[in-house]
Write a protein that binds this ligand. Sequence first.
Ligand SMILES: Cc1ncc(COP(=O)(O)O)c(C=O)c1O
Length: 327
Amino acid sequence: MGQNRTYAFFKGNFVPLEEANVNIMNNAFMYGTAVFEGVRGYWNERKEEMYVFRLREHFERMNDSMKIMHMELKYSVDEMCDIVIELLRRNAPRVDTYIRPSAYKAGQKVGPSLEGSPTDFCVFTVAFGDYFHGSPGLNVQISSWRRVEDNAIPARAKIVGAYANTALAKTDALLSGFDECIVLSENGHVSEGSAMNLFMVKRGQLITTPSTENILEGITRSSIMEFAEAEFGLKAVCRQIDRSELYIADELFFCGTGAQIAPIISVDKRRVGSGVTGPVTEKVRDLYISICRGEEPKYNKWLTPVYAGQKAEISAQKNPRAGSTAR
Ligand SMILES: Cc1ncc(COP(=O)(O)O)c(C=O)c1O
């Protein structure tokens, strides 16, 4: 097990990251025919533990993406979770970490058909801090790029090729001096951010866009909906949002594995609310981060600890009579 070496899971083995390379004739490289997940591991310094947030749910969603893309793998959801935990133990990070599993079409025939091309699975991990570099609030624009439609590239599947749409929207926003963008569906209603979902607060009500607006159905989004109701009595309403509603919202925030909870302070140069992080956003963000770091026992059901089981396994190996140590 390497202290300095970084490993990836590639073609069924744990290999040094620099050896995890695909051929340039790989179908996924040529045509974007891969699906993926972005998962976060949160380091808790006090407990000397890394918690992976909603690992199982990520692989359940990846299975849905795979189904849409005619992909099958020999690994079950549980086996993929085990691979991630084993990889993290080998890489042994002690900082917040991004975990990137992908299922990809691995054939090397020219031609974009999904049929007949084998599917492979890989995972890498990388240290990952704040997606927005500690920005206290985001200035965003409405993108002139529309979100990919369900009948073009289904947004509910996390398909690599669809992220060309994300890249165009995000790049234009950055080149125009904004931090992020909000993307509309072809019908002109709000969809989501470039790679994150959106919540609006208006007159004390929490509102988010529905799955039929070409969003990725975010795991952060559904977690917020669950704990906002349970802890703050805020039942989120899922409905279409007009562009102009954004201009007069009391609060707006993005959410996602990468973005976490990111307050929006202006849209198209119009100040949102009072132009600073609003009270609902603040309490949602604080509780979310506390949950992810393993500081809210009620929500530990959403976390997979990485090192606890390993310590138990090592002590069981040293002392085989010490009893069961199942993870
Ligand atoms: C397009 C898009 N929408 C929304 C999200 C948020 O999803 P999740 O909360 O599952 O990370 C992501 C990924 O982070 C994304 O890429």
